[in-house]
Design a protein around this ligand. Structure first.
Ligand SMILES: C[S@@+](CC[C@H](N)C(=O)[O-])C[C@H]1O[C@@H](n2cnc3c(N)ncnc32)[C@H](O)[C@@H]1O
Length: 396
């Protein structure tokens, strides 16, 4: 059967429901939101039907009952009566819905959800009622969130949201980050590992990362473009890889904006160190092995230092990671002190190198940026590698 999803204007048009049981009651509950010109005909009806301002007629069905109807619902538990109703409706060119045999229906009912702006109806192609209701309920939640943001949006004008995108896999964005991107007028984004995922947002998108081409903006310029956009009354999203407050310069941007009277809110994201641990299966703490973890940078020879912690996680510095390993060796760590290097954590092409400081120093591995490097004994406690790290990519 081929059903065309359309929206019918039924205001003032007579809707006849034949049957007075649970199914008829459900139809009344759905239809009453759209019209009160509803007639229920049945020799006996559920008590609750009398509480609606509709016509309830206690009698057996006969063909005359539907002659001035716009739509008919055959909801009796007697197939021969339902057959008669649909045959009568056919003769009179009246749309008929059969709850007992949907295949013989001219139309089917959708699962509906609505807010003050949108009405969404959901049908499944294979009449899977449970999944249809599940999807409808998810959409209901989405509409609720969007409605809240629509209301808030007036207040969000001239404001900047410093939003964490997570480690690169769009499935790991938070719900709030996704909602704000949908609502934004303009999105300034960094070197996200999967920036194609921004295509779905209607906002103007401006790349302000440092990798693509030579014409990147420096931090002062980025601060200023954020400020200017907010000053024009725009709702601004500044989208950053990982978390804005971990090597993300989120605090600098917030201070710059607030000093100039622009409100800025930070929305956390999953930082790449946490994603690297989860998707390589390497714990950062483990009872009896490591009870502390520190985050640091391996960027710029002068700025990095050995971290004083059971587990040490280094961001950046793919070029310097051998120097870091050397520092460990020089500081008395054993040659087999474990190291893991996770490239493109959480992405379909993630790679995990599990080694130790002396092997690393033999310079036999190709180390490509971006990496998270984990130094510590928990590397030997690597367990399951999460299988479905990329459920949205369809590539693996
Ligand atoms: C400027 S820092 C930004 C960190 C970010 N704010 C965060 O919380 O993850 C960039 C560094 O983050 C790390 N990084 C970001 N995404 C990564 C990923 N998916 N896999 C491995 N490392 C990643 C790399 O060390 C990269 O050089």
């Amino acid at each position: 059967m081929s059903y065309l999803p359309i929206s019918l204007n039924i205001e003032g048009k007579k809707i006849v429901i034949i049957g007075g049981g649970r199914v008829a009651l459900q139809k009344v509950k759905n239809l009453i939101q759209f019209t009160n010109n509803i007639t229920v005909i049945s020799p006996d009806v559920k008590e609750e039907l009398n509480s609606y301002s509709i016509n309830v007629i206690i009698k057996e069905y006969n063909s005359d009952d539907i002659k001035d109807a716009f739509m008919v619902y055959a909801c009796t538990d007697d197939t021969s009566v339902n057959n008669k109703i649909s045959a009568d409706a056919d003769k009179l060119n009246i749309l008929c819905n059969r709850t007992d045999e949907p295949d013989k229906s001219d139309f089917i009912s959708s699962a509906i959800t609505q807010d003050s702006k949108f009405r969404v109806s959901v049908n499944s192609t294979d009449r899977d009622k449970k999944s249809t209701i599940k999807l409808r309920n998810r959409i209901k939640g989405l509409l609720k969130r969007l409605e809240i943001y629509r209301e808030k949006r007036a207040n969000n004008r001239g404001k900047v949201f410093l939003v964490g995108f997570g480690p690169g896999n769009p499935d790991l964005m938070t719900i709030r980050a996704n909602d704000l991107c949908h609502e934004a007028d303009i999105i300034f984004y960094d070197d996200l590992l999967d920036c194609t995922s921004l295509d779905k947002y209607g906002a103007e998108k401006v790349y302000v990362g440092k990798r693509r081409g030579n014409h990147h903006k420096n931090q002062d310029e980025i601060n200023e473009v954020l400020y200017q956009a907010a000053k024009q009354g725009k709702m601004v999203v500044r989208l950053k890889g990982g978390d804005p407050l971990i090597f993300g310069r989120g605090s600098e941007e917030k201070m710059y904006l607030e000093e100039r009277g622009i409100s800025a809110e930070i929305i956390p994201g999953i930082t790449s160190a946490i994603a690297a641990a989860a998707y390589s299966g390497i714990p950062l703490t483990h009872r009896g092995v490591s009870s502390s973890v520190a985050f640091g940078t391996a960027h710029g020879k002068s700025s990095y230092k050995l971290l004083e912690s059971d587990t040490s996680v280094y961001y950046m510095g793919a070029k310097n990671i051998l120097d870091v390993a050397k520092k460990y060796l020089d500081s008395g760590y054993p040659e087999d002190y474990p190291v893991a290097i996770v490239h493109n954590a959480s992405m379909p092409d993630q790679e995990v190198l599990k080694t130790n400081i002396s092997e690393l120093l033999q310079n036999k591995f190709e180390i490509k940026s971006p990496i998270i490097s984990i130094f510590g004994n928990t590397v030997n406690y690597q367990n399951i590698v999460t299988e479905n790290r990329c459920k949205s990519c369809n590539k693996c």
